[in-house]
Design a protein around this ligand. Structure first.
Ligand SMILES: Nc1ncnc2c1ncn2[C@@H]1O[C@H](COP(=O)(O)OP(=O)(O)O)[C@@H](O)[C@H]1O
Ligand SMILES: [Mg+2]
Length: 366
């Protein structure tokens, strides 16, 4: 990675970090990443892409095979976890079942040798912070899943670390509780001004919560950017497909310039797209087009404007999802907001669809 991913005075710096568990396969390959003090940074990627391994190395539970990790400018690569001053909430780093919630939350302070009066006071504060003030004397098994995760969060925050790592902490919760907890985590992040490094495979969660997102695939960062930048300007087809809903069309570049290329998607259809990278006529390309950027049934003044038959209609309540198919076989989806009283779409109907050239990205085919 180049210098542009470096910042002044980062709280965390990964430099040339590689990890292999078996001495052969690299599950993290050349990680260079600066984490900005105070930010909410998310590592987002599919299962097995190396997110947890990266976080474990930062926490000190795994050692890098190569490279260094520093915290606050100090090389911590050889330091054990308890000397790194990091709070952790891991999916499989559960509460101690035989201790009360209060004892669980006080644990990090006890191992640090704090005085009992100080522990008692801080435990109360930490439990209040996550709205579990009334639960100090219960055991973990007497709490709901959401309450247990809040207690784990209180335990991670109780010693006021500058840096908190969270690995899929909401993975086991149902949708409503997960959304509520996302909101609470963001509130705590803002109140405490703590740096949070969050791991998830859920792109919606990442988009909602993060200041920046590092998209992981195959042991490396594909792109590191703010949520809106990631969504609007993905650097490659993987990022475009992983973040947000996406139509993927394949074709051959027939001409154009660096501002716009013409792509033959089969069946005599030519699509006008915004190139990401450079293309020559004859190059294979993957087009990325967000369903919500396709206008349906309007007079298009846009570069792409087709009348096309509906292959399938899926009713989703808030939207209708139309599946359309070009004569050459390429299929894509369109989302039409259900505002009531609108046109009723049916399979076999022809509709007019249009989209801007700038909303249709052309990536080199791998
Ligand atoms: N303790 C381990 N020993 C051997 N292989 C592991 C270990 N932990 C993870 N791996 C492997 O490393 C790769 C990355 O895993 P992980 O970092 O857990 O990814 P993620 O958190 O993105 O799902 C996977 O192929 C996984 O099977
Ligand atoms: Mg993981």
């Amino acid at each position: 990675m180049s210098g542009k991913d470096r910042t002044d005075d980062p709280i965390v710096r990964f430099s040339g970090v590689r990890k292999s568990y078996d001495g052969e396969t690299l599950v993290v390959r050349d990680l260079n990443l600066d984490i900005v003090r105070g930010e909410f940074l998310t590592l987002l990627g599919p299962s097995g892409s190396g997110k947890t391994t990266s976080l474990m190395m930062l926490a000190g539970f795994e050692a890098p095979t190569e490279g260094t990790i520093s915290i606050g400018g100090k090389d911590v690569t050889a330091l054990p976890p308890y000397r790194r001053g990091i709070g952790v909430v891991f999916q499989n780093y559960a509460l101690f079942p035989h201790m009360t919630i209060g004892q669980n939350v006080g644990y990090p302070l006890r191992v640090r040798g704090a005085a009992q009066a100080d522990i008692d006071k801080r435990v109360v504060e930490a439990l209040e912070m996550v709205e579990l003030g009334a639960f100090a004397d219960r055991r973990p098994a007497q709490l709901s899943g959401g309450q247990q995760q809040r207690a784990a969060l209180a335990r991670a925050l109780v010693f006021r670390p500058e840096l908190v790592l969270l690995d899929e902490p909401l993975g086991a919760l149902d949708k409503q509780l997960r959304e509520q907890m996302q909101y609470e985590l963001k509130r705590l992040h803002e109140e405490l001004k703590v740096t949070m490094v969050y791991v998830t495979h859920d792109q919606t969660e990442a988009l909602t919560m993060s200041d920046r997102i590092a998209v992981f695939n195959d042991g490396g960062i594909q792109q590191l950017a703010r949520p809106s930048d990631l969504y609007e300007n993905p650097q490659n087809a993987f990022v475009a497909e992983f973040v947000g809903e996406n139509n993927r069309l394949t074709g051959i570049v027939t001409g154009g310039s660096e501002n716009g290329v013409y792509v033959d998607v089969g069946g005599g259809v030519s699509v006008h797209a915004r190139p990401v990278g450079s293309f020559a006529p004859g190059d294979r390309t993957v087009l990325s087009l967000r369903p919500e950027r396709i206008a349906v049934g309007k007079d298009g003044q846009w570069e792409n404007d087709f009348t096309i038959e509906i292959d399938k209609v899926v009713y989703l309540g808030d939207v209708n999802r139309l599946l359309l198919r070009f004569a050459g076989g390429s299929e894509f989806a369109v989302r039409v907001a259900n505002q009531g009283g609108g046109p009723v779409f049916q399979r076999g109907d022809s509709v007019r669809v249009a989209w801007r050239q700038s909303d249709c990205l052309a990536f080199p085919a791998e």
